[in-house]
Write a protein that binds this ligand. Structure first.
Ligand code: ASP
Ligand code: MG
Length: 473
């Protein structure tokens, strides 16, 4: 049985042109594989709007969340207006959209009525989950109209997670069981499940989300548990790029990455992939391709167990936010790393994200990575939580907390290539560095620096990548 899982992101789904591509890709691949499963995100920008709606609900601002609900309704209805659907299909879909929007308003009202409670991410999850539910129904209807038997499936019927709201992790055993009960019967009837990414449910029945960009994570976990042959992530760029193409005009596609390289790349900020999505694929040795819906024949990027060569090389540069903690006196780091660890876990459900810890005769420094799956509100929440916790022990915790940037060069064999590392660091001439780390999997070198210097540092490392490439070509 050959099985392919394909994920489509919001940028591919938001316009009728994009949807036409999505449709033709699904139609083509449905002839090439015995089983096909589709995972979809919300339309571009919809999750941001829903997070805003949750915020308005929290501050009891009904005009704010009602306006967003109305906008979302108009946007989805306008999209289905452009699609070649029959009247009965269109009517059913409109009724579905209306029902989801009215449930959204009910959820916002429920949040607003709970004014005393600090709006925990838990409340947002039910609100935010609407985005993927809307898009999955639209794609499934479009497939059916084109004689492809698509069925929308809610992640809350399949993906069982822990209870870290806003950044949940799938529970593999119970999810595998749901796959057998819910997805297998659909696949066995030769139909194509169109599964909502990003959303899941706790054992107690509360809706959760997997963190920003979480549709990738859904796709990876489901592919691995389903025993799929490949996972393809469709996006609107040609693959994983050597740098963010919006910032480095000469960024180029990386043809091949190992799982460890891709994992470090995602962890250190490549927004194209969710930070935790690689490990299920690596364990299952399941190849991942990243492809452009507008150039479907292009090779894209392949992530697999192939090393793709043995010479040490830098393939990409990326940057991400971090928090640094600095204290002007020396002393044991044990107390503060424990406190940071506990606070991280309590506020964001993250474990051991401390990246750099250093100590000298007269100062101490700790730096941690803020994953891209945490939105900006989450970062502020964490910063405040850490400050509040430290204020409880003013004599022991004279730490200053600051946001920093972590600029990372991703490559292969770095443990054997001090000269290559030196060349990366040489690029930082004149930029003040507050910490350096070699990634544990030997695929990354990270430099912590002030946020204002991040762009320049990325550009310089990217120049080095481009130069080295053209020398070896
Ligand atoms: N819609 C969610 C987000 O914007 C999940 C995803 O796109 O993967 O983060
Ligand atoms: Mg994404």
């Amino acid at each position: 049985m050959t099985t392919l899982v394909m994920k489509f992101g919001g940028a591919s789904l938001g316009t009728s042109d994009g949807l036409a591509q999505v449709l033709s890709i699904i139609a083509g691949e449905s002839n090439n594989w015995e089983r096909l499963l589709i995972v979809v995100s919300a339309l571009d920008g919809v999750t941001d709007m829903l997070l805003d709606a949750a915020h308005f609900a929290r501050i009891d601002h009904p005009r704010g969340y009602r306006r967003i609900a109305a906008n979302l309704r108009t946007r989805h209805l306008a999209l289905i207006d452009q699609l070649p659907l029959d009247r009965p299909d269109r009517n059913t879909l409109q009724a579905d959209i209306d029902q989801l929007i009215s449930a959204l308003l009910d959820d916002c009202l429920a949040i607003a009525n709970n004014l005393n409670e600090d709006l925990s991410p838990m409340h947002s999850d039910t609100v935010v989950a609407v985005g993927e539910r809307l898009s999955a129904r639209i794609i499934a209807a479009l497939l059916r109209k084109n004689d492809i038997r698509g069925v929308a499936v809610d992640g809350t019927d399949v993906l069982i997670t822990d209870d870290v709201h806003g950044n949940a992790n799938p529970e593999l055993g119970p999810t595998a069981q749901r796959i057998d009960e819910v997805l297998m019967p659909i696949l066995q009837r030769d139909m194509i499940p169109v599964l909502t990414g990003y959303i899941g449910i706790t054992a107690a029945g509360l809706t959760t989300t997997l963190g920003r960009g979480g549709t990738d994570y859904t796709a990876s976990v489901i592919s691995a548990l389903l025993g799929a042959d490949e996972l393809w992530i469709w996006t609107d760029v040609d693959g994983m790029m050597s740098a963010d193409p919006r910032q480095q005009r000469n960024a180029r596609v990386i043809p091949q990455l190992s799982y460890s390289e891709a994992a470090d790349f995602a962890y250190f900020g490549a927004r194209i992939l969710h930070a935790r999505m690689i490990s299920p694929l690596a364990e299952a040795r399941l190849p991942l391709r990243i492809k452009n819906i507008f150039h479907p024949k292009g090779a894209g990027t392949l992530v697999s167990s192939e090393e793709g060569g043995s010479d040490p090389v830098i393939k990409a540069v990326t940057s991400i936010q971090g928090l640094s903690l600095r204290r002007p006196t020396s002393g044991s780091l044990a107390g503060v790393t424990r406190l940071v660890g506990n606070t991280l876990f309590k506020t964001l459900g993250l474990r051991s994200e401390v990246l750099i810890a250093s100590q000298s005769a007269n100062s101490s420094f700790i730096c941690l990575v803020i994953p891209t799956s945490i939105d900006i509100a989450g970062v502020e929440h964490l910063q405040r939580a850490l400050q509040a916790k430290m204020a409880e022990y003013p004599e022991k915790m004279p730490w200053e907390i600051e946001r920093v940037s972590l600029v990372t060069a991703i490559g292969r064999g770095l443990q054997r290539a001090p000269r290559l590392i030196a060349r990366v660091l040489e690029q930082m001439d004149g930029i003040e560095i507050c910490g350096i780390a070699l990634g544990a999997s030997n695929c990354s070198v990270t430099v912590a620096l002030a946020r204002k210097d991040s762009r320049e540092a990325v550009a310089r490392i990217h120049d080095l990548i481009v130069k080295t490439d053209s020398n070896s070509a």
